[in-house]
Design a protein around this ligand. Structure first.
Ligand code: ADP
Ligand code: MG
Length: 295
């Protein structure tokens, strides 16, 4: 392409809310045939709400929200924000944790008021040989089949509760995916969240069930991209989280949500300024129009 065409394309991108790191990016944008979409914060709003708390017989909801809320208050994850906000709303001021560790894609662990607290996926509790009692297991299964994200709360070596959180699909996601498919791209939903939640989001936005990859740890996201590339695909990845940064860098084309984390924006080749997935389809169309004539 002529430098003028590339400059015009880059300028037109800015008008559409697409920030392009360099003119050469338009070439990989044009050739992408597969688009991997992170779920939370990309296809969904990422603004989660705490919907319900299920406790064991010997635990009160107030205790659970106080300890889990205190720990999650120190985390930036959308699930953590929902738990901290829900807890603060119900039990008031939360104590400051004495110790805090974030385990990406799994949850958080720390010390609150002398208790060793773990909040996150069941898999995280399993690392400390903590299992859910049958009543909590049942509550979890029921909530997951309703498309909710379920996280467990344990302290001092014992599971105490499960929390239900959920967020909404963005109003623009379904149309964006329809447009990406019309441009000939295969959409794939990739998430660390559970299979039931992933399936319900996919159905809502028109991604076929066989194109859903769930329960993937952050390192695993990069492997999924590599695997698709090994099949000979040219892979675009859209993401917003710290957890998506490595996968965005590995992808042939990384598209970061402008509403997401700095880590994602730095790793991406392109930023969708308004966090609207339809701009991903605009970027593909723009690059094809800018470069199409010279091929
Ligand atoms: P996604 O790929 O959809 O953006 P993540 O990989 O960030 O999701 O997280 C995967 C799952 O790990 C979440 O759905 C949640 O169950 C759990 N998780 C991650 N961070 C936290 C946290 N701070 N507190 C509780 N659960 C968490
Ligand atoms: Mg995300």
């Amino acid at each position: 392409a002529t430098p003028t065409a590339l400059m015009v394309g880059t300028g037109r991108g800015a008008q559409l809310g697409i920030l392009i790191k360099g003119p050469e990016v338009l070439e990989t944008t044009r050739t992408a045939d597969t688009v991997v979409l992170d779920k939370t914060g990309t296809v969904t709003t990422g603004r989660m709400t705490l919907l319900a708390t299920h406790t064991t017989a010997t635990t009160t909801e107030a205790e659970v929200l106080r300890l889990a809320g205190a720990l999650e208050h120190a985390s930036e994850h959308p699930v953590a924000r929902a738990v901290a906000a829900g807890a603060a709303g119900r039990v008031g001021a939360l104590p400051a944790p004495e110790d805090f560790t974030s385990v990406p894609g799994l949850g958080v662990r720390g010390v609150v008021e002398g208790h060793t607290v773990v909040v996150g996926r069941e898999q995280l509790l399993a690392e400390w040989e903590i299992t859910l009692p049958p009543a909590l297991e049942t509550a979890k299964a029921r909530a997951e089949s309703a498309g909710r994200t379920v996280i467990a709360v344990a302290w001092d070596g014992e599971a105490r509760a499960v929390l239900e959180v959920a967020d909404a699909v963005k109003a623009t996601s379904r149309e964006a995916i329809r447009r990406l498919r019309a441009l000939g791209l295969t959409p794939i939903l990739l998430t660390g969240d559970n299979k039931a939640v992933a399936a319900s989001v996919a159905a809502e936005v028109g991604i076929p069930p066989e194109n859903v990859i769930a329960e993937v740890l952050p390192e695993g996201k990069t492997d999924v991209i590599k695997h698709l590339q090994a099949e000979g695909r040219s892979v675009a990845m859209v993401g917003d989280g710290v957890n998506d940064a490595a996968a965005l860098a590995q992808a042939d084309l990384g598209l970061a949500m402008g509403t997401g984390t700095d880590a994602a924006i730095e790793a991406g080749d392109l930023t969708l300024v308004r966090g609207d997935l339809r701009a991903a389809a605009d970027a593909i169309r723009l690059s094809r129009r800018t470069l199409g004539t010279i091929r």
